[in-house]
Write a protein of this length. Sequence first.
Length: 613
Amino acid sequence: MKKIYLMAIAGLFAFGLTSCEDFLDSSNYTEANTSNFPASPSDLNSELAALYGVMNQLSSDPLQSPWFVNYIMSDDANGAGGTGDVECHAIGHLMSNKEGLFDAAWHNTYVGIARANAIIYAVDAFDWTGQEKTRGQLLGEAYFMRGLFYLWGTQFWGNIPAYWAAAAPDPCPQQDAETVIFPHILADFVSAANLMSHGATTKGDGHATKGAAEGFLARAYMFYEGFYKKAGELATATLAEVTLPEQEGVSGSLTKQQVIDFLNDAINNGGYSLVEDYRLLWQYTNELTAPDYAFVADLNEKGKYWAGNGNSEEMFQVQYMNSGGWSGNIGMGFVNQVSLYCGLRCDDDGAGNANGDLATLPFGQGWGQGAVNANLWDDWNDADPRKKATILDAQAECEKFVFTTSCTEDAGYYNKKWMPITCSGSNWGDHNDAYTWWGVYRKNNTEAANNNGNSFQGDHFADMVLLRLADVMLMQSELTGDVTQLNKVRARAGLPPLTYSWTNIKNERRWELACEGLRFNDLRRWSGKDGGTGCEAAVALERQNGSRVNYTGRWTTMHHAKSSWAARYAATDGFLPIPPAQITIADDETVLKQNPGWGSNVDDANMTGTPVY
């Protein structure tokens, strides 16, 4: 079993340095500041660790994280959860339930940008003679992370305050995402790809790699061309060169062929490979659970188990360790809280029957949020083995699953990729002790303490995978129209080859990457900006209306809380509300103004309670 992070990861997240103004809602997190830190090249590594740590800050509340929010906003997932979980319902309905709904997401985005800028502008304060490769890797990782935070920020909010200097100007006005920010995002990923070298860092150790930069460059480029430039079918579209800002590692403009070349390099030279069986990507095939889980009996008989954190297919991920707690700056961000959120809905059915114990082995209980929409199950052909490898049909697969008295938007389908996993050694009677398989492993094989004191909520350490090789291979086929890479992905699943069509590309991305948080922005880029109620994204989202769900123990159908998913998408283009507190601080619409479709005067945008079905 590979890379089980139950102990601390080599001093990660020890230091933090930020330099944004109050307007960007960022502040120093340690006593270190620009007058005394960094004092040496090794200090830059501490800053880099703190930069990666911002992803753990985002992880402390999944409803502030790009991966979980985008998942819930898609047509393939419901907000679900309990009757009091207004936030996840609001997000799933493309609405808001409170002014501070995304305050932490905004705050952490700018902490990340500030920390990246601090490294970029401090790196040449030191002599790197004889260490040029080390400098290139460190600087490349900083460019990568700055590009990543700006990509997440623009996909969340569109036109946002942006700067590319050691410190933010005051004021720091909104910049146009299409003409200003995205060329910088693309430049950052190009810089990262050109400055880093394959093999310069150990794959799967939490650091960005050259291959990861190449993959995210393609993801950003395809969103830019599809959403903003409305290019449509990228394989056949004629795309203009994108003029990039000047910075280290960048020269001139960016073409589609250059992006394809970067993807080919990642595929052929990055050192990554597809895991041999799709199920081995997900932690339910771990060696403690597999003997108890009939769905993977064939793997267990062959002695094949979970490929583990940092496996050969993972290209970039958020990592976790046994340091989560209920206080502090990052708190439970050291724990994969998405796993807890996606667990079988806790509580009971009114007769004392609850989910998550022996009767639902190996799937543990949690908050029941992000349940899979019934349409995904219905649309997906049973002949595709990835369907049941991805989606738990809880009623059919579990010995006894119940719809609880508090459940909402629950069709009985759950995301196997992200769910908490148990095993025969789980302590069903004391969820604080060793409830998840991680907790059992920790207790039986290490001397590590249960640092958060609650196995049910805290023993979740599977990577949150943000990029894997299969995604990169599918992007290559989408850009080129050559389905060689797509068919390699299908062959891994035991499926016959396909010929090229845009429809086949779209479907393959939906099936291979289902429930991984990518679907929503795929729909947006396939639709183009200002697509209206008839665009692909709006139509797909509107299909949630009328889908079957269980509400507090009775079957019914979903409906939108105020208007329709299509109307809300058309009004917002999929962008979130800019935190009103930030607009109040700016107090100047030429500096910062609210996105269309949001605000206290937009009735369809505001949810005061959970939908009742």
